[in-house]
Design a protein around this ligand. Structure first.
Ligand code: PLP
Length: 393
């Protein structure tokens, strides 16, 4: 069959590929410790499940307005008031199928062919493909573990061209767990704003931080510069509801209108019951969110204690999300020359699934997720130690 040109450039999601391989080995009876997952392993709060059951019984099965139920858009507005003391009006909010569709809609709405997007690298693996689908070009901004995987305005300056149209920021970061303070994040955003560049702040993991900074958002900067800042968040990570597919964009009302037009001709509203769940999650108690944060914080500390003993792996402190990005290049050999072969070797030899860093734009590294029970996490790290805890090759 002949397919459209754009399909040749599109890559399948590497996280899903490795999960499939791990599932295959599991089906053959091998005990696989899966540290490749990009989703929380916590249950959904009981009051959220009750709200969905009640909505289902009420027969809530109709189409809803494309940008989301008015009550949900107001609940999103209240979230920003609760978390950041910044209420957001309904007309600035669009609800989409997860953060992924938000970012897709934003790129389709704002990018013209050839426009460049500055993306700190390593990056969440769908960014490049979403940008490519919109005709844009990725301009990776390199970071390193030595600098805690954070970029500076000097890095941005080096990658700036007359074609630069957008800057993506993602804190806490997938895949590194790096977190910017509010001051740091605003400094990067203001650099872009001063140059007429639009900032997309991907805040999917905002409640999952393990430092004293509190959650960080560009929402107050959005209030001051609504035409130049777009905030994306959702319930997939902080509320442990990835499968419910609830994401939202906060943007200038004109941008929201254009995105709404696009969504009305593609997917329409998100599932009506998922919207009811999201209203309950956003307006209800946040105890389970905070409890999840404490659990992840403890797991992270336990993992860092073991990884801290591995001499060949550069140290840094991931302060958020549930990932640690390990630069394992000092352990590469002629037989294991890159992150893909390293992950395949680890899966075979140790029965532990990790994600090759090449998927995130960094072939020197592998991504470890601690979204797994602590005893299994520790068991996995002990199995990894004979491989990753060696002296440099
Ligand atoms: N942004 C980042 C940084 C992510 O890690 C993910 C999911 O893994 C998303 C966006 C997309 O989130 P969703 O599952 O809500 O589409």
């Amino acid at each position: 069959m002949n397919f459209a040109d754009r399909m040749h450039e599109l890559k399948p999601s590497a996280t899903l590929t490795i999960s499939a391989k791990a599932a295959e080995l599991k089906a053959k009876g091998k005990d696989i410790l899966n540290l490749s997952l990009g989703e929380p392993d916590m249950p959904v709060a009981a009051h959220v499940l009750d709200a969905v059951a009640n909505a289902g019984r009420r027969g809530n099965a109709k189409y809803t307005p494309v940008p989301g139920l008015p009550e949900l858009r107001d609940a999103v507005g209240c979230y920003f008031d609760r978390a950041y003391s910044t209420p957001v009006p309904r007309e600035s909010i669009l609800v989409s199928n997860g953060g992924k569709q938000c970012i897709f809609n934003i790129c389709q709405t704002l990018l013209n062919p050839g426009d460049e997007v500055l993306i700190p690298c390593p990056y969440w693996l769908s960014y490049p493909d979403i940008v490519l689908l919109a005709g844009g070009k990725v301009a990776p901004v390199p970071t390193s573990p030595e600098r805690g995987f954070k970029i500076t305005t000097a890095d941005l300056e080096r990658c700036l061209t007359p074609k630069t149209r957008m800057l993506f920021l993602n804190s806490p970061s997938n895949p590194t767990g790096a977190c910017y303070s509010r001051k740091e994040l605003e400094k990067l955003a203001l650099w872009a704003i001063e140059r007429g560049i639009i900032v997309l702040s991907d805040e999917l993991y905002d409640q999952l931080y393990y430092n004293d900074n509190g959650p960080v958002s560009l929402i107050t900067l959005w209030q001051k510069h609504p035409e130049q800042v777009v905030v994306v968040n959702g319930l997939s990570k902080s509320f442990s509801m990835p499968g419910w597919r609830v994401g939202y964009t906060v943007g200038h009302p004109d941008l929201i209108k254009q995105m709404n037009k696009l969504q009305s001709q593609t997917t329409s509203n998100i599932c009506s019951l998922a919207q009811e769940a999201a209203i309950a999650a956003l307006t209800g108690p946040y105890d389970s969110v905070f409890a999840m944060r404490d659990i992840y914080g403890r797991r992270r500390d336990a993992a860092l204690k073991i990884i801290g003993e591995w001499p060949a792996v550069p140290k840094y402190t991931p302060e958020g999300a549930f990932y640690i990005f390990l630069n394992v290049s000092a352990l590469y050999t002629p037989e294991i020359p890159d992150s893909t072969t390293m992950c395949a070797h680890i899966l075979d030899a140790a029965g532990v699934a990790l994600v090759p860093g090449v998927a995130f734009g960094d072939d020197d590294s592998v991504r470890l997720s601690y979204s797994i029970e602590e005893d299994r996490l520790i068991a996995a790290l002990h199995k990894l130690t004979p491989i990753l805890g060696k002296n440099p090759a």
